[in-house]
Design a protein. Sequence first.
Lengths: 319, 338
Amino acid sequence: MKTMPPIRALFAAAILLALFALVTRTAPARAPAQAETTASAPARTITDETGRRMSIPATVRRIVSLAPDVTETVYALGAGDRLVGDTNYCDTPPEAKLKPHVGNPQSPSLEAVIALHPDLVLASTSINAAETADSLLKLGVPVYTSDPHTILGMLDSAARLGDLIGAKAQGEALKQNLRARLDVLQVRLGDRPLAHVLFLVWFAPPQSIGSNTFIADALRFAGAESVIVSDENWPKPSFEEILRVQPDYIILTTDHEGGATDIADLRSRKDWQSLEAVRLGRVITVSDSFDRPSPGLIDAIEQLARQLHPEAFVAEAHQ
Amino acid sequence: MKPLTPRRVLAVCSLLLLVLFVAVVISLRMGAYPISIPDIVATLFNRIAGRTDQIPSEFLLVVFGLRLPRIALGIIVGAALSTAGAGFQALLRNPLADPYVLGVSSGAALGAIMSLVFAPHVAGAIQIAAFIGAGATIAVVFLLGRRGGQLDTATLLLAGIITTSFLSAVIMFLMTTLSGRDLRGISFWVMGDLATAPVIDLKWLFFVLIIAAGSIYTTTSDLNLILTGEQEARHLGVNVRRVKLVVYVASSVLTGLAVSVSGSIGYVGLLVPHVMRMLFGNDYRLLIPTSAIGGAILIVVADMLARTLLGATEVPVGAMTALAGAPVFIYLMRRRVR
């Protein structure tokens, strides 16, 4: 074995040194950023719905939303003017489309977020990756992540969001209002048997919803129950399984552009036309609000309840 | 073989380091947050002089919190992948060898995922598991790629393809059954990116990179002899088994290191050593250091494009390298067949 010529050792050492200097320079970076925000306003310390702790200014002036449902909630709280940025997917209400975008919810540009100088970033486990919130928090940018799994949880979450951004009254009002509408719906539906539905978030291959999703909970409020029982969030039942469970109704969602698979598509397919629900025309298309844990979901629930249990609403009208 | 003087090695490497430096500076300037070159220079200067209070806090955040760590990670990953590529090429005596093409990256990814499942909070476990995955995969591909006791290019590539698709299927299966667990998405392990800073400190990654790449570097004179003929090398007193073992372990370590923090970024180990061979010849004493620096340059540039091409929306850097790498691979393969 030959020994290393000195010039090569020297050379290797030089690269090592240069790169090491570069790497170590990058390590400690974030302390001063926080100092500035705390100096300008009294801060409050909060814990978000995923257990992350952070400090936010008492008065939140600049909000960036990383999820379509959060964007919708911020507008519903009357704080749309303080929303300084959202994502490419934020299309409800239409004004949200005009805000500066920071990329897709799954992989937003952290730089674009920082460039908007937010004093609070809002995220949701419904669509955002945990890494995004972790990275921003590490950089000293507070990120509040909501974690909705049920409809009532979503209403609490909206109220909490209102409190955070200085719209406590609006938050409570929004929660009470939506809650009241759900109560009215419960009374109307009474103890009618639940409709057994197959909820499809995706048509080919069929993809449904698990029992722990907010959609499953939303269905219960609309007087329905998913025929697919699964711990997975988005299970993919085989067609045989669908044939076996024979749902009373099939529920499809529209996509972002409003286009959708509809009953004509189902009737044109040999396998699907063999289902009783398709033969009887029991196929309902709901808006994509159903995919988002946001205030618009309550509208969608009411609409679905009307379609599944029309007799409940006729009876009420006569009284 | 052209005589290789230390002066030439130094000159070539200095030149490449200069290119890397320019790439780093341009990359520091580019991004969704607008900062001018003078501001970058002032920020860097004030930071080095220790006057952090003179820098706007957001500049500090963007330059030192986001861009520099990401560039440093890119340098480490790029250098590791192309040194590993050059190492595998020497080991298998085949210029088409590359961690991604041979399925070694998929093996490392599978190892990393297993460690996330079974030992989620053990520091460094993911790197060690990725190394074991990489080492086991290259051994399997090596055995499958032999035909009549000899390594055959077509068989080797086929073995790589089969191994990759098998391992990808296992990854897909694991990710589907474990959905809901706190793992990163399938796409990260199939087409890597640098968007998320690794949990492990960059210093340790860099330390391992230097040890592993350095140990390959110590074998380069022997590698040159082995590549002219193992028999002759043995007669000249080269411990062929030992050299091969060093290159095998070190290349697997480098692949595991890169994949554990960035997912599978493809074709870097193929593209860079090949370009360096065209530019500077076949001598491994020059090929290893130039490949390391060249890999760093490639990833820094590719990642800069990945995070700026579509505005605020990020493209995985693995998609960028595959766009450039796949055509080169086809070119190389056709040229060899002819």
